[in-house]
Design a binder for this molecule. Structure first.
Ligand code: 4AD
Ligand code: MG
Length: 451
């Protein structure tokens, strides 16, 4: 069905969307939406309409419409639902390039004066806005962010689909941990205990052995007790997994993947990026190849920075990087930096040790620039049955629950690699947002599960 579906209305003007009014310049169209704002100046009314694709200002001169229509618009309350008919006029000063000379307005539901829309155009605190998230998403900035999110997801899927990766969905209810036992959400499962998945990885390792190149894309869960601007308890992860791929192959994939996504958003969502005030010059530089540095090199950067007084906390070699560490490292580059070969003991149980020095894991974290930090985590996976068993024991994981996973090393084990990219972290970076809570329609965090 076309975006401009013809729906029965009381006028002959074609129904269209605000995003497409330009195709009807000089002609009358009908829009279906809501009143975003209204400015009144004597015999002139300036309603701003929104319809989910954008906003457009209308002009209602008292002399140009019937008294009935003028009275209908005058004093109309914010977020009342309306269908509007008017003539499209190009106007260079208008944000979208067009204005509407209003001919008719029909009100479907008038928001009563006694219960006005809670989110006025003045500033509100974040807590208030999150409490009204179901309404906050109607505001132009939040709508633009959600459209960009959708574009990022589509780009990620298109890239993988077009490069031979087959979508294989992973289960959400799982019997065991993938990313450490401290962030598991338990659920009752008919008298047994199960968990919400932390990652689809273990399952797509098995579909990769069946299909070669695969990916999963779904919600993942972490009982994160941290209240940071990067952590959600429920987030969406896209995870490619690739049989016969090495860590180097994986890094090549990651840089192509990210470059493709950024380029797509720049071309298809330029208006939204502009509307939210994103400095796109910072995104134009995001082109493969990306810099690659080892954990040791990154640790040395942090040590030097501390010696020069550029960072407060000294970094202790051998630890995982904390958020401030990642922020500092990522600020040193104008594109994402790929940090590889972390000490094995700070990483997950399934990572292949570096054959050059088993102290390190064949893994990579991709840190986004401008201080955004980790957006991708991935690795080559252990191929040896004996080593994998040993790691499961060392991590005190239940061997029984992993028998099926061990089978992948019993029957034609091969080197293979994959990564997970958190959609919300990528949206935050591409949109230039301070906090991941605005990157998803309904954020789930340590202290919020409403609405
Ligand atoms: O680095 P992580 O924990 O890696 C894995 O889960 C692997 N099993 C993925 C794989 O190899 N298939 O998570 C991957 C990404 C992170 O880089 C980050 O972007 C995102 O998922 N992420 C979160 N995003 C929001 N809130 C959280 N609490 C997140 N935890 C991880
Ligand atoms: Mg990680």
């Amino acid at each position: 069905m076309s975006e401009e579906s013809i729906v029965a209305t009381t006028t002959d003007a074609p129904v269209t969307t605000i995003a497409r009014v330009g195709e009807h310049e000089g002609k009358s169209v009908t829009l279906k939406g809501w009143l975003y704002n209204l400015r009144e100046s004597g015999k002139l009314l300036f309603p701003i309409f929104r319809d989910g694709t954008g906003t457009i200002q209308g002009i209602v001169p008292k002399a140009a419409v019937s008294p009935e229509i003028f009275e209908r618009v005058k004093g109309l309350t914010q977020e009342s639902s309306v269908t509007v008919t008017g003539k499209v006029r190009a106007d260079k000063r208008a944000p979208g390039g067009y204005e509407l000379d209003v001919e008719n307005v029909e009100v479907l539901q008038r928001v009563p004066e006694e219960t006005p829309f809670p989110i006025s155009l003045k500033e509100h605190g974040t807590d208030f806005l999150m409490e009204h998230r179901h309404l906050w998403i109607r505001t132009p900035r939040q709508s633009a962010i959600l459209r960009i999110r959708a574009e990022i997801i589509k780009a990620a899927r298109d890239f993988l689909d077009d490069n031979g990766f087959v979508l294989t969905d992973s289960p959400i209810l799982t019997p065991a941990a993938c990313e450490g036992t401290s962030t598991l959400f338990p659920v009752k499962y008919f008298g047994d205990e199960a968990f919400l998945t932390q990652s689809g990885q273990l399952y797509i390792e098995s579909t990769a052995m069946a299909l070669g190149k695969v990916y999963s894309f779904g919600p993942t869960f972490r009982a994160e007790k941290s209240k940071t601007r990067r952590h959600l308890t429920e987030f969406w992860m896209v995870e490619p997994e690739w049989a016969y791929a090495t860590l180097d192959d994986l890094m090549g994939l990651a840089e192509q993947f990210i470059s493709f996504i950024v380029e797509r958003v720049l071309t298809r969502r330029a208006a939204d990026l502009k509307a939210i005030g994103r400095d796109t010059a910072k995104l134009e530089t995001i082109k493969a190849p990306f810099p690659r540095i080892s954990y040791d090199e990154a640790a040395q950067m942090l040590k030097d920075a501390h010696a020069k007084g550029l960072i407060e906390q000294p970094f202790e070699y051998g630890n995982d990087f904390g958020s401030p560490d990642e922020t500092y490292i990522s600020l040193q580059f104008d594109r994402p930096v790929m940090v590889h070969r972390y000490p094995a003991h700070v990483k997950a149980f399934y990572m292949e040790p570096d054959p050059q020095d088993a102290k390190y894991a064949l893994c990579v974290d991709v840190l986004a620039p401008e201080g955004y930090g980790e957006i991708i985590g991935g690795s080559q996976r252990i191929a040896s049955l004996d080593l994998l068993k040993k790691r499961i024991e060392e991590h005190n994981l239940p061997m029984d629950a992993f028998q099926w996973y061990l089978d992948l090393r019993r029957y034609g084990s091969v080197p293979h690699s994959g990564f997970g990219m958190g959609i919300e972290r990528v949206v935050a970076w591409i949109c230039g947002l301070e906090h991941v809570r605005e990157t998803i329609p309904f954020a789930r965090t340590l202290n919020r599960i409403y609405p």
